[in-house]
Structure formats: C-alpha cells, structure tokens
Design a protein. Structure first.
Length: 85
C-alpha cells in the first residue's frame, strides 16, 4: 500500500478539507471525487484516499482577485434600508 496514503471516511474528509459532509458526498456522487465503498450496499460508507482529496481540491476553480474583492451591488432596497437607520 506504499504511496497510496491514508483513507478517510466522509466526516474525516470533510474535517480535513474544512467543508461540509454534504459537499464531500456530492463530490463523490457527481464523480468529481474518487471513492470506494466498504461493501456493495448503497448504505455502505465511502472510503476516500488522501490523493483523491488532493485531486478534487486541485480541480476547484481558483479565486481571482475580482471574485475575492467583489463588493455587492447596491440595490434600491439596500439604499432604502440605509436611509432608515
């Protein structure tokens, strides 16, 4: 098993990647993250290799400066709320 790295359950993978368990499950179900099941049962837990987590992370879009620093547009409603304060 050399070079394969440790395996994680969904909760452990979510904690390691600092995302929700639902995010991990959705990535596995959609095929964006590779995983195995412990048995053929559809209720069997997923096992996820560390390398699969890294590959999934590498496939996420990069945050560009515009996206990170984008300010929400002002709307008439937000302007009206400011005036009431």
């Amino acid at each position: 098993m050399t070079g394969r790295g440790p395996y994680y359950l969904v909760a452990e993978a979510a904690e390691r990647m600092r995302v929700s368990e639902d995010t991990i499950r959705e990535a596995v179900r959609s095929g964006r993250m590779r995983a195995k099941r412990l048995s053929e049962s559809p209720r069997s837990p997923f096992l996820i290799r560390e390398a699969a987590l890294d590959e999934w992370y590498d496939g996420l879009p990069d945050a560009d400066e515009e996206m990170v620093y984008a300010m929400p547009k002002r709307t008439p409603l937000s302007e009206a709320r400011k005036k009431r304060r």
